[in-house]
Design a protein around this ligand. Sequence first.
Ligand code: NAD
Length: 343
Amino acid sequence: MRALVLHEKNRMAIEEVEPVGSPGPGEVRVAMHTVGICASDVHYWTDGKIGPFVVEAPMVLGHEGSGTVVEVGEGVSHLSVGDRVAMEPGVPDPSSRAVREGNYNVDPGVQFWATPPVHGCLTDEVIHPAAYTFALPDSLSYAEGALIEPFSVGMFAATKADIAPGDVAAVVGAGTIGIMTAIAARAGGASTVYISDVLPEKLALLEGMEGIVPVDATTEDLGERVRAETGGWGPQVVFEATGAAPAYKNLWSLPAPGGRIVLVGMPVDPVPFDIATAQSRGISLETVFRYANVYQKAIDLAATDAVDLGRFVSETFSFDDSVGAFERFLEGRPTDVKIQITL
Ligand SMILES: NC(=O)c1ccc[n+]([C@@H]2O[C@H](COP(=O)([O-])OP(=O)(O)OC[C@H]3O[C@@H](n4cnc5c(N)ncnc54)[C@H](O)[C@@H]3O)[C@@H](O)[C@H]2O)c1
């Protein structure tokens, strides 16, 4: 069995690893088909760590995966051999307090693919709990199945935003996460979703999407634009999806009075928070860390005509060229959204 193994910072290779064996009760064995590359995979490769998570032992990369069920463990009734599936990469401890309180994404014991020391899914086969493995409808490709992972972040952000039908939304940042959030917010009831970026090439990818309005942050202020088109009021919901320090400067006054800010981007260093501005405008805040209880909904929504995730696959590499795929990600081409690898 092959796997893309990261040994330490800047040292990764395709290697032979031990076969996964047979699935236990409640588990399935899945032959991987498509895996998307996320910035976190690349960070582990270039930096050997993200915050407190340090690569201290060889680790298989990849957490955005889809594939085909090849073996079903005892007691699994909702999946069969041959099913095309997408896997939720974070598996919490079912007896944890976080699970019991409904917040399994913040279970301290969660086992999340390719977060050290947990192996990821850039390998021929994985064993995964059936409860976190979801059948894909015929209308979704394996590529779209792998995109369900970042789409789930956007779905969770839109869920936390508590969007009311007709709300106007604004998304700061049109990277993968910002785009996924904009799509989820629009499908979740926003009448218009304004989305800004400093890269016009990125915004050009959104042209023609109904209800999504690209705003070039190099020439236009997002807040001013939305206020100008909403009778001076502004967006009821704002999503921060850059994690870039400058983007937080005007964030706290961006929503309409009584509006919400959903913090999706994760700044590397602490950023200032203008509490008094947020208070005087009655702004409420939500944070997003991964997702909980949205994977099936993300699949169901992605299968409707309202959503086309496939258009955001920029390039697909063969597994043998996995390192090339990571190098391509690192190039940071402004027209790239999602780079994927097929096995
Ligand atoms: N909360 C979560 O669970 C979660 C999950 C995944 C990623 N993230 C975070 O979300 C953020 C975005 O991730 P991504 O993969 O989309 O990254 P990305 O680099 O693809 O996208 C970021 C985008 O923001 C744009 N940008 C930068 N500064 C800007 C500014 N001042 N105004 C407008 N746009 C600006 C960039 O041009 C880029 O297109 C990162 O901080 C990442 O760590 C959070």
